[in-house]
Design a protein. Structure first.
Length: 278
């Protein structure tokens, strides 16, 4: 593959720091990511941030169609030129902000669930993950690259300092597995820290919350002031439930009000949410 440095230089394009652009340049890692995605010949892929096409070309050889969503028009023009030069016809390039992109509309248009693959920009990776969780009914799975620190937060277990809102929200509805780490040296420009690739398989929650939107709000409220006890964090939150009712819900849930949010399991959050919602 042609080095991203060479492509950018000959095209007179600079990597944009504000978009978190770091282009993958290692063939072995590309093959590992694409292989772990397990894309079938009849599947539709949504690629987030294709950049210069490091993953796009390999995905196009496996999938029925690849929809690549890219915000940078300069990069998009360069990728369009490369795809045309190689005669690739099953990739649709879309200039769009992924946070505003309608995933449901794409799935409906294709009458198919989507497989998502992408190297996520660090500054919006948590927002993208929340968006995918909300759209999981039309997503069969996702293989995503996060900066290492973010991946640790996503995979964190209760009782650890990394455990937070995203850990709970994702474990509620998905199985998460680490594929591998990716050293910073494998990207151009070189990022400050290493990355980690995670494979996410969405599933029906083992114990669904009675009101899932309220469940998500309870998680958000609990972690909004994580140094406070659970009762105090919830009492002073956007839930607008008075301290007495919160204390009663905690008692009915069998949860000590002096505990902190990072000690609760997903199942305990579901129990608490259902009691508060009633």
């Amino acid at each position: 593959m042609t080095s991203p440095r060479i492509i950018l230089s000959r095209s007179n394009i600079r990597a944009k720091k504000k978009l978190g652009q770091h282009f993958l340049s290692d063939r072995n890692l590309i093959e590992k990511i694409v292989s772990s995605a397990q894309v079938a010949p009849d599947e539709i892929v949504l690629e987030i941030g294709p950049g210069l096409g490091a993953l796009t070309f390999s995905l196009s050889k496996m999938a029925a169609m690849v929809y690549a969503v890219e915000r940078d028009s300069q990069i998009l023009d360069e990728l369009k030129f490369q795809l045309k030069s190689e005669g690739v016809e099953n990739v649709v390039l879309m200039e769009h902000d992924i946070l505003a992109f309608d995933i449901f509309a794409l799935a409906k248009a294709e009458n198919s669930r989507l497989k998502v693959v992408g190297n996520l920009p660090y500054n919006i990776s948590s927002q993208i993950l929340v968006k995918l969780i909300q759209a999981r009914e039309v997503i069969s799975g996702a293989t995503l690259m996060f900066q290492k620190e973010m991946a640790s937060r996503v995979m964190a277990m209760p009782g650890t300092k990394e455990y937070g809102r995203l850990s709970v929200a994702l474990r509620y509805c998905a199985d998460v597995k680490k594929v591998c780490d990716a050293r910073a040296e494998l990207f151009f420009p070189k990022p400050k820290i290493d990355s980690t690739i995670l494979k996410i398989d969405f599933k029906t929650p083992e114990r669904p919350a009675h009101d899932e939107l309220f469940f998500q709000n309870v998680i958000k409220a609990a972690f909004s002031k994580r140094r406070k006890t659970l009762k105090n964090a919830l009492s002073g939150s956007h839930l607008n439930i008075d301290a007495e009712k919160i204390g009663d819900a905690l008692a009915r849930s069998g949860i000590d009000p002096m505990r902190r949010a990072e000690t609760l399991s997903v199942d305990e959050f579901v129990t608490l949410s259902d009691c508060l919602e009633k």
